[in-house]
Design a binder for this molecule. Sequence first.
Ligand code: NAP
Length: 481
Amino acid sequence: MVSRVIPVEPFDLVVFGATGDLARRKILPGLYRRWLGGQIPPESRLIGAARSAMALAGFRDFAAQAIAEFVAADKRDPVAEAAFLDRLDYVALDATGETGWADLSARMRGGVVRAFYFSVAPALFGPLAERLKLHGIADDDSRIVVEKPFGSDLETARALNATLARHFHEAQIYRIDHYLGKETVQNLMAVRFANILFEPLWNSQYVDHVQITVAETVGVAGRASYYDKSGAMRDMVQNHMMQLLCLIAMEPPYHFDPDAVRDEKLKVIRALDPVRPADIVRGQYLAGIGQPSYRDDVENPESQSESFVALRVNISNWRWKGTPFYLRTGKRLRARVSEIAVTFKEPPHSIFDDAQGWRENVLVIRLQPDEGMNLKVMIKEPGPGGMRLVQVPLDMSFAEALGEEGSDMPDAYERLIMDVIRGNQTLFMRGDEVEAAWAWTDPVIDLWEGERPQGYEPGTSGPEEALMLMHRDGRRWREIR
Ligand code: NAP
């Protein structure tokens, strides 16, 4: 299959927070990969900005180290790498002060797309937006990319939206949720809306339930102080899992167009029922062999924050009334898995005697570790044993199905940065969407104010109570493995 890389127009991209962890692990390596893929025109400029008074050579060394650490050896090319590093520039500036801004202004060119990536703490989003306008660096065609977390509740999200809106209009604001940049997540829309096969069955008449799992093996060490204030509900459910839920549940948009897609997602969020206390399980990982507990990791023996949450969610609309969506996410679980499983109902009548062998059809959409989909279907067990049924997966690993191109899929961040340059907001959250997501999340969090989460053993699937959440409905979670 021939790779189809669509180059973009030359652009100037300023990465604020260019010496930080996200820039090192994702943004700089991602830009290098797009450069290597021939997508970044050589006239483009990539300007790093942070407070540290660093010489340009120092920043290029930092970028070279990031590439060495986070780009696979077979994707490294010394000639391309040298040319890429040569494109990098660096400006020392303070988001909250006046130093460095004139310097940045002097490096910007006219006539090209200007994009500004705010890879800094959220408290700096407002000051950066303000200064970009004050110094005439951003104009009405410029774009800003805003990292998560976007607020910590409805009130703070509204305030942040209002601050950004003072300087930029909505079409210029790209609120990033890197889950939306994943190949499989976009494929979810392709599978749903480019095939006739699934859509007629995609409703409560045929879908028994949907499970969304985001399980991690790591603990919170390294992000402890942020995480302990946030917990799994704010860190994962309000944004990433809510976005996945929306893409599964939304109505077909009239066109694959940013506002058409986001309008449909918003309708799903607004149709979510409030969650009942009985439909929530919160957990906190305990110490394991040679592993600290959550409370040790966050150095807070009284912490009430959850490192695990499982929820049963209902969507009150015609399509989904009666089909529960079960969400669960947690840290220090048995395996690192992100997947969506759509479980269909049983056929109305079995013509086979071997009905015990029957299992539900399940469409599993894997986001990680290896992105792909599989559809579990019933077939006849091969051999002379009569008509015995067995379930087999129709498996599609994107890497295998698409050959070399599939194994070289851009990382979510690279894809999203290129979308910013193209001016395509489809995979970014709109302000009203984020506010609606908080409006649903806040009362859920209020329900457990002051309550202690259940302890769970590391390396398991979370607290026992989470298993009960589905057992009591006569269903079971898919195994985390
Ligand atoms: P970080 O490692 O703490 O880096 C922060 C960056 O901001 C540094 O380059 C820092 O450089 C710069 N900075 C701090 N104060 C500044 C100021 N007053 N003016 C200009 N620059 C300033 O943070 P991070 O982990 O990269 O995270 C950045 C953003 O991405 C945050 O919003 C975070 O929530 C989000 N995010 C990060 C990850 C991740 O994996 N790291 C994942 C999802 C979202 P100086 O100290 O030199 O100024």
